[in-house]
Design a protein around this ligand. Structure first.
Ligand code: SAH
Ligand code: SF4
Ligand code: F3S
Length: 468
């Protein structure tokens, strides 16, 4: 816990308000329900809001029907999200009629797009609160006002200071997230994130280490250091490789450290060395390539070439034994020709990814690419996406051949009961392995040997320490 003397006036005020709310509603048995869309940033923000709600005296509801406070945490990185959000919000009207004290809030990246947020606010008068991505620290204040029956719209353009010490209610499990930075400065021309998450802000190394230490003490086995582009982390003279070393060396009781996402343009030799040298840093990197065509990469403002990317892959493979690489790819970016597209498929075959997230380009209002000529028709995008997925369906399993006979450690995450029950867990390099074994092993690290594979998963058996 943070000691009170370290509280900034702003943070003290937050805790004071939460205490007031607790005094007011503490005995009423009120419950909250949060529905989260989008990436780990949003997941983690939801954990912070849950932390504040619990501090105010709410407990978690099993379903929306059961809740007195419902929050939608929205994403807007690709299309369709808007329709779904408006639909989901509309559905709550009926619940509000059944439970007059039910409060409804909508937050997250889509609400940081002011026009969209305004439309939602005007269209659904039963929405009590809308807030953008820079308002987390004001949540207790907003909640108190809601309880006084005020209706609020809070979307501001300024990010404000990084504020430390707010409560967090982490999802149960063995793996959790710690933010190392917020925002993004890259402005890839297709991407809305820099507009809705603001400029890059790095957290103080000591605050990060303190938080990692705390989650390790709480029993988490794996921490993922989070940022839109962790490679551009910088606080004073601490860059990302240095931070990774500091976290690794300061929290020796933590078995696994992961990080994401990495931008190829900032992936330094220093980071590759740190990955190679630090035993508890996982040998996996998510390195979105987006396209295999230099012309498209340039239009995307990615600031690396195909050649440079492939060199990075070679270097990673050379320096970090058993490293696995995953990626994101967009097809159908404006003006993408068959030739550009083929270059992407070729690159995919060359790299041998262990997994890939593939997307059809979707124009986001306000971004540079949305205004570009030569937008690609939907049917062509779809066709290219299907064909690319077919390429991946061949290259991903082919990459598994080398694992037959491989020995390594998995962190057992749970039991898969789709067929004969099997334990599953990931190797340090993010490959999923299924093995027979006792459920008591869930949450622990066990040594396994791989005997076979199916698509992107491996199958094996547990080996005894003495065999290892
Ligand atoms: N910061 C991360 C993640 C950004 S969003 C990164 O830089 O990789 C996750 C993925 O969504 C991106 O990597 C990209 O592949 C995809 N994406 C972003 N905007 C998109 C758009 N307008 N259309 C289609 N896919 C998009
Ligand atoms: Fe978006 Fe590019 Fe920033 Fe990733 S690096 S969040 S793709 S602008
Ligand atoms: Fe993440 Fe979606 Fe926002 S991908 S940063 S939740 S726009």
């Amino acid at each position: 816990m943070y000691s009170n003397e370290n509280f900034s006036p702003e943070l003290s005020e937050c805790y004071k308000i939460m205490e007031r709310i607790r005094g007011r509603i503490g005995g009423l048995g009120l419950k909250y329900f949060i529905e989260t869309y989008g990436c780990q940033m949003n997941e983690h923000d939801s954990e912070k809001i849950a932390g504040m709600l619990e501090n105010c005296g709410y407990s978690k509801a099993e379903s929306k029907q059961d809740a007195d406070f419902i929050l939608f945490n929205t994403c807007c990185v690709r299309e369709h999200a808007e329709k779904r959000t408006f639909g989901n919000v509309g559905f709550i009207k009926e619940l509000k009629q059944q439970n007059p004290r039910l409060l409804l809030a909508v937050c997250g990246c889509m609400m940081q797009q002011k026009e969209v947020a305004k439309r939602l606010y005007d269209r659904f008068p039963f929405v009590d609160l809308i807030f953008g991505t820079h308002e987390l620290k004001n949540f207790p204040d907003m909640l108190e006002k809601l309880l006084d029956e005020q209706r609020l719209f809070r979307v501001s353009d300024s990010e404000g200071e990084v504020i430390e010490g707010l409560p967090v209610k982490r999802n149960p499990g063995f793996s959790t997230f710690v933010n190392i930075m917020y925002g993004c400065n890259n402005f890839c021309t297709y991407c809305i994130v820099p507009y809705v998450r603001g400029r890059e802000r790095s957290r103080k190394p000591e605050d990060i280490i303190e938080e990692v230490r705390r989650v390790a003490l709480d029993g988490y086995t794996e921490v993922t250091l989070l940022g839109q582009n962790v490679n551009s982390y910088r606080y004073g003279d601490v860059d990302f490789p240095k931070l990774l070393r500091m976290v690794h060396d300061s929290v020796s009781e933590l078995p696994r450290i992961r990080f994401m996402t990495s931008h190829p343009k900032d992936l330094s030799d220093g980071l590759i060395e740190a990955m190679a040298e630090l035993p508890r840093v996982c040998k996996h990197i998510h390195l979105p390539v987006q396209s295999g065509s230099d012309r498209i990469l340039k239009l995307m403002n990615r600031r690396y070439t195909r050649e440079k990317y492939l060199q990075l892959i070679d270097k990673l493979r050379e320096k970090v034994p058993n490293v696995e690489i995953t990626t994101d790819i967009i097809v159908g970016f404006p003006s993408e020709t068959e030739e550009d597209y083929e270059a992407t498929c070729e690159l995919v075959k060359k790299v041998g990814y262990s997994n890939a997230y593939t997307f059809a380009y979707s124009p986001r209002e306000g971004t540079v690419a949305a205004k570009m000529d030569e937008q690609i028709p939907e049917d062509i995008k779809k066709l290219r996406l299907n064909k690319l997925n077919a390429v991946l369906a061949e290259t991903i399993p082919a990459n598994n051949e080398k694992y037959i006979g491989f020995e390594g450690e998995i962190l057992v995450e749970g039991v898969d009961r789709r067929g004969e029950p099997l334990l599953f867990g990931k190797l340090s390099n993010f490959k999923m392995v299924y093995v027979e074994g006792s459920e008591e092993l869930i949450g622990s690290l066990v040594r396994v040997k791989v005997d076979g594979y199916r698509f992107n998963s491996l199958f094996g058996h547990i080996i005894r320490e003495t065999e290892a």
